[in-house]
Design a binder for this molecule. Structure first.
Ligand SMILES: [Zn+2]
Length: 334
């Protein structure tokens, strides 16, 4: 089966439209998400543990020394980028630290990077960076994740979960779990798909914990969707337009022009996708067996069923057979 790329551009327009007047809301959310749960000195190599006062959150890892070879690699990676964090004094290459494995818990939900990354992968922090940013890059068979900004902030943890989502997406794509994109500009649509899938992974992983903090949950969605995903939507649409014959830069800056482009907008809300996925599962041949198993037997409320469903996916995130069996139901294409 193939997926029309138009669906992705349609959604990008929708996201752009919905976030147009949200600048203040986004900046407030980002400010709250930058507030760290706790602090630790990362200057010396060794074990680090940070907990929030209320035990909602804790993180464990051991930092390693960044040697000359790694420094060279960091400079190669980031030395030439437009937002060049290295060029600022605070973002000096000497300030990077890394860890081979990080475990963080939010209200009982655990994310252990060793479970989600290939052996030999590393997570780098630049705590002194004034900007927040994250990325994941190949390092032979393994992956390196780079996180700018306070490692103990909710924003950085969401970014880490998002980057882990990129790796999971890559694995599923390699295994043929995602349909081919056909139509206009499949390369741009593919970027949008990987970004939305990575963030949906992050939300799915943390959903049960986030639900216990409604404001944090709201901020997380604002950050992942209205801020991070939106930036890819805007960038993608600009590229999309530039490739059209007779591209008119004035017209694309005109809100009304966007509004009228696709009158037939999808109304479905992006962050409701977990529910959509669950409904899809409910209508599948597999639902009855699942509902009659273990604790699900006694669950009645849709909310409880959804939680249990998400936990179940969670437990099987790295289980190949599971994705072989259910993958086509769980694909989250718009
Ligand atoms: Zn991303």
């Amino acid at each position: 089966m193939a997926i029309e790329t138009q669906k992705f551009f349609n959604e990008a327009i929708q996201v752009n439209k919905e976030t147009r007047d949200k600048e203040e809301e986004i900046s407030e959310a980002n400010k709250r998400l930058a507030e760290p749960f706790g602090n630790a000195d990362l200057a010396a190599p060794g074990p680090v543990e940070v907990k929030s006062d209320d035990d909602f959150y804790n993180v464990n890892f051991a930092t390693e020394t960044v040697d000359e070879e790694i420094k060279k690699k960091i400079l190669e990676l980031f030395g030439s980028l437009e937002w060049n964090p290295i060029s600022k004094n605070k973002n000096n290459v000497d300030h990077w630290v890394y860890t081979k494995r990080l475990v963080f818990k939010m209200s009982g939900t655990e994310i252990d990077t060793a479970r989600f990354l290939p052996a030999g992968s590393r997570i780098f922090f630049l705590p002194s960076a004034e900007i927040f940013k994250g990325c994941i890059v190949h390092n032979g068979e393994s992956k390196d994740i780079f996180l700018f900004g306070d490692p103990f902030s909710p924003r950085n943890l969401l970014t880490l979960a998002h980057e882990l989502g990129h790796h999971q997406y890559d694995l599923k794509k390699q295994a043929g779990k995602f349909d081919e994109l056909t139509g206009l500009d499949p390369d741009i649509a593919e970027i949008l798909r990987s970004e939305r899938e990575a963030s949906l992974f992050a939300l799915r992983r943390l959903w049960v914990a986030l639900k216990k903090r409604p404001e944090l949950k709201k901020d997380a969605i604002t950050f992942l969707r209205d801020f991070a995903y939106k930036s890819y939507c805007s960038g993608g649409l600009v590229l999309y337009w530039q490739r059209r014959p007779g591209f008119d830069s004035f017209a694309t800056g005109n809100d009304e022009y966007w509004d009228n482009w696709w009158a037939d907008q999808e109304e479905e809300n992006w962050h409701e996708e977990n529910l959509t996925m669950f409904k899809r599962f409910q209508n599948s041949e597999f639902y009855d067996d699942w509902k009659n198993s273990g604790k699900n037997k006694n669950l009645v409320e849709e909310d409880d069923l959804l939680d249990s469903f998400l936990e179940w996916i969670d437990e099987n995130e790295t289980n190949q057979d599971f994705w072989k069996k259910y993958g086509s139901i769980f694909n989250l294409e718009p």
